[in-house]
Design a protein around this ligand. Structure first.
Ligand code: ARG
Ligand code: ZN
Length: 850
């Protein structure tokens, strides 16, 4: 089963097309848990425009039973990666039959079983575990799939063609790469729906779930319909098959997958009900449903030439789903939340040993590059492009993209050329965003004389692995100016910075203005600006840009926390006063005020300390955060009950922006109240909660207050049969506990009978929660590191993908003190030295150690 021991590095520069085209693929899949037979009939024809090469088909962990070319048996040469075989000069029919064992497939890649149901995950390179095939995204073909088995429901891509007793046939008329292949079979129930496209075509919709989960599909179905409408209205994109199926699967390595006409979802990303899902879950489900649906055009109709181009579909689709969420909910709140997530996940990646460009130039295991950089920074790059060319030109370029590349396996060069052709701009410098890794640092100085205000910017990007020197990038810097009375005198203007150092002037001002820089976080950079606290407070009070209003408070919070950690300073009361005015302002969206109350996470404080040249001390960070929260609670003692009252929802539960904003404010308030009343209010909320949002936020407070025994037991007894809620139960007790207890609680929970560690959701809910508990994970004696490493080693033997992904918990290891560094390094070396370590994890650990 082991792959070749010496991992191969693949380079973008080595791209060569496959030597044949595939006219069509016919698969017959005879299901059986340990002896599934896959019969393939594939028509190949040589392509004149490809370099001469041997005929090679990918194939891994397959037992070849027979192979034939044009009806004559052949005996291919087989390696662990695939097969080669002499073939005729002209077109030919390839036939093969292989045997596979889905029930033994714990890697959850290819065809596998989850709770008795068959399902597939083929992106990026899983199809080669199903049959021999040129498993690369630039080989596209139509598929006809016959599924044989007793399972009542049998699904594949495209439209249903025919079915009978024990078999079903599907035909997908759209040529597609193998990574979009999917097959599902099992005892499933559907939640049906339908949609009429703008040109009047009826589409059958279904969400397929395990028996018992039927009641958790309605929200996903509505989200799907909204996504279909939105893509028609905003991008002019219609759906293109008679049927669209979504399936929920419990065992899944990531969020969801956009297989053509048959999206497969981690059940946590589609199943929802008010009793079992939080507001955050609902919002995420809506976004992921949209994301996978939007892939039908950005990903499926136009796919990627090779895996280096992954951001072509992912960056664009994340950008599209963020536009969708902004339209469905609050654009301002969405932007702030996206930036929080970008800083939490992408900045550490971009500033550490795992840094890579949005379009990487080499990899060993492509699964290791489904990263925050490819996805989230990839989306930021598109946002910048739109800011630079303007909305109208952006949609003009997108229309051209769909028109020119429909049916193609395209590249970033194609994408850039579309924008150049549609807008007449030269984007060669902009393209550096795709090739240069690292987060640019942007510093600013200002000057005012005789009515002219000058802003001078400097940009530098620190070195990243393999990229010591960086060239200046194009930065759209959105700026507005306020006069000393707090009135906006220059509305938002996008300055286009292209040089390493560049000045911009504003004329005709009667007084020195206060600048609001990088409005809406117009470029993914670290803004270095030592402005006076009074100026930040002024922006907190007056800025018209909601993002920068939030940001100015966040900046003050960061400064405050840095001073508390490094100098033992007291909490900054001037900032707390300014913040209080915002929080009290009931004309503002409660969701926005909740975000303002939230404050930086401890990892964010660590990140900021690192950016400012300090070595973060996790224990000192914990103490500073604790005393700041305590100071907030005491200071706002009289305000909290009024806010709690305002946050109360009296109507029936709806997971919409208005209600969830109120609940978000309520839970921010409850967290502070708990510091004053020891958990009394939380206990009351826990007892009366009729939805998961209120129940869980109350439970978090009780854990935090150390008053959780009875509540945890009650919650467990109430929800022990619901896997998704039990994931929350596991995660919360680690996330909300004190640092001294975090590793022990994690260790104890791994002994719990419900800790099914082969389920990726459950594994992440326990070990992932430890990795995210900043102080707990970084326990001084290294027991957090060791515990995580023990479990990563154990999981790697079963599921390399999830293991490799979770190694990124160590990505910031070089920031910490020498003792912690040594402890983390020792664990990484221990993982690296493991005999039989998967290439996936091997690559991650060696990059981390390099
Ligand atoms: N294309 C999927 C999505 O973003 C994710 C697939 C992830 N695959 C992987 N091997 N990690 O919607
Ligand atoms: Zn995607």
């Amino acid at each position: 089963m082991m792959k070749d021991a010496s991992p191969q590095t693949i380079h973008l520069a080595d791209y060569t097309p496959f030597g044949w085209t595939v006219r069509d693929v016919h698969l017959t899949v005879k299901l059986s848990p340990r002896a599934t037979r896959v019969v393939a009939r594939i028509h190949f024809a040589p392509r004149g425009d490809a370099p001469a090469q041997d005929f090679f088909l990918h194939g891994e962990e397959l037992t070849l039973l027979r192979a034939a070319i044009d009806g004559a048996e052949v005996t291919p040469e087989i390696t662990p990666q695939g097969l080669t075989c002499p073939v005729p000069d002209g077109p030919f029919l390839w036939e093969s039959e292989v045997e596979i064992a889905p029930a033994d497939n714990t890697a959850l890649e290819g065809l596998y079983m989850s709770n008795g149901m068959y399902c597939t995950q083929c992106e990026a390179e899983g199809f080669r575990k199903i049959t021999y095939y040129p498993d690369r995204p630039d080989v596209m073909a139509t598929f006809t799939v016959r599924i044989e088995g007793d399972e009542p429901v049998k699904l594949s891509n495209g439209n249903p063609a025919d079915s009978g007793a024990g078999w079903a046939e599907w035909h997908d008329p759209w040529p597609k790469p193998a990574y979009l292949f999917a097959l599902v079979a099992g005892d499933l129930r559907n939640h049906p729906g339908s949609f009429t496209t703008k040109s009047g075509k009826e589409v059958e919709l279904n969400i397929w779930v395990r028996p018992g989960d039927e009641g958790k599909c309605a929200f996903g179905m509505e989200a799907l319909k909204k996504s279909m409408t939105w893509d028609e209205e905003v991008y002019g994109r219609e759906y293109d098959l008679d049927i669209f199926n979504v399936v929920a699967v419990d065992d899944f390595n990531m969020g969801a997958m956009e297989n053509k006409g048959l999206n497969i979802f981690n059940s946590s990303c589609v199943l929802a009900s008010p009793e079992t899902s939080t507001d955050a879950n609902f919002e995420r489900i809506e976004a992921i449903i949209a994301h996978e649906y939007f892939h039908n055009w950005t990903g499926n109709r136009i796919t990627c030439r090779d895996w280096f181009q992954l951001c072509l579909k992912e960056g664009l689709t994340v950008y599209r789903d963020s536009q969708f969420t902004s339209d469905m909910r609050s654009a301002e709140v969405k932007r702030i939340s996206d930036v929080i997530a970008l800083r939490a996940r992408q900045f550490p990646e971009d500033q550490g040993p795992l840094a890579h460009p949005v379009r990487p130039e080499s990899f060993q295991e492509i699964n290791n590059f489904y990263t925050a950089t490819v996805y989230e920074k990839g989306a930021e790059v598109i946002g910048m492009l739109k800011r630079l060319v303007g909305d109208e030109e952006y949609y003009k370029a997108l229309d051209l993209y769909f028109e020119r590349h429909d049916g193609d396996a395209a590249t970033i060069e194609d994408w850039i050329r579309v924008f150049e052709d549609a807008t007449g701009r030269d984007l060669s410098q902009f393209k550096r965003w795709y090739s240069q890794a690292g987060t640019p640092r942007l510093s600013v100085s200002e000057d005012f004389s005789e009515g002219t205000y000058t802003l001078t910017f400097r940009q530098t990007t620190p070195p990243t692995p393999g990229q010591p020197d960086k060239a200046p990038q194009v930065l759209p810097i959105a700026v507005g100016l306020l006069n000393p009375n707090g009135h906006e005198v220059v509305p938002t203007t996008v300055l286009e910075m292209t040089e390493a150092e560049q000045s911009f002037t504003f004329e005709g001002l009667s007084a020195k203005p206060v600048p609001s820089i990088l409005r809406g976080f117009s470029a993914p950079v670290v803004l270095e600006r030592d402005s006076a606290p009074e100026e930040r407070a002024f922006l907190l009070a007056h800025d018209t840009d909601a993002f920068n209003r939030w940001e100015s408070s966040r900046d003050l919070a960061r400064d405050c926390l840095v001073a508390m950690v490094t100098e033992g300073a007291a909490p900054d009361t001037a900032w707390l006063d300014g913040l209080e005015r915002v929080i009290r302002d009931d004309t503002l969206d409660p969701a926005f005020r909740a975000l303002m109350m939230g404050g930086p996470t401890q990892s964010e404080t660590a990140q900021v300390l690192h950016e400012r040249g300090h070595v973060p001390d996790p224990d000192a960070i914990w103490d500073a955060h604790e005393s700041l929260r305590q100071a907030m609670a005491e200071r706002w003692q009289d305000l909290l009950p009024a806010l709690a009252e305002e946050a109360r929802v009296t109507e029936a539960y709806r997971p919409d922006a208005a209600q969830s904003g109120k609940r978000a404010l309520g839970s921010a308030v409850l967290a502070l109240q708990t510091r004053l009343d020891g958990g009394k209010a939380a206990e009351a909320q826990f007892a009366s909660a009729d939805n998961m949002t209120l129940q869980l936020s109350a439970l978090a407070c009780l854990v935090q207050a150390g008053r959780d025994e009875a509540a945890l037991r009650a919650f467990h007894d109430q929800w022990q049969d619901d896997r998704l809620v039990m994931d929350k139960w596991f995660a919360l007790q680690i996330a909300a506990t004190t640092p001294d207890k975090a590793p022990e609680r994690t260790a104890a929970l791994t002994e719990h009978p419900a800790f099914d560690w082969t389920n990726p959701n459950r594994f992440r809910s326990v070990l992932g929660a430890l990795a995210m508990h900043h102080t707990g994970f970084h326990a001084k004696d290294g027991r957090g590191y060791k515990l995580l490493a023990d479990w990563l080693i154990k999981l790697d033997a079963k599921n390399p993908q999830t293991t490799a992904r979770m190694c990124s918990a160590f990505q910031t290891w070089k920031r910490y003190d020498a003792d912690r560094q040594a402890l983390m390094k020792a664990q990484l070396e221990r993982i690296a030295a493991r005999p039989g370590l998967s290439p996936d994890t091997g690559e991650m650990v060696s990059r981390l150690l390099s």
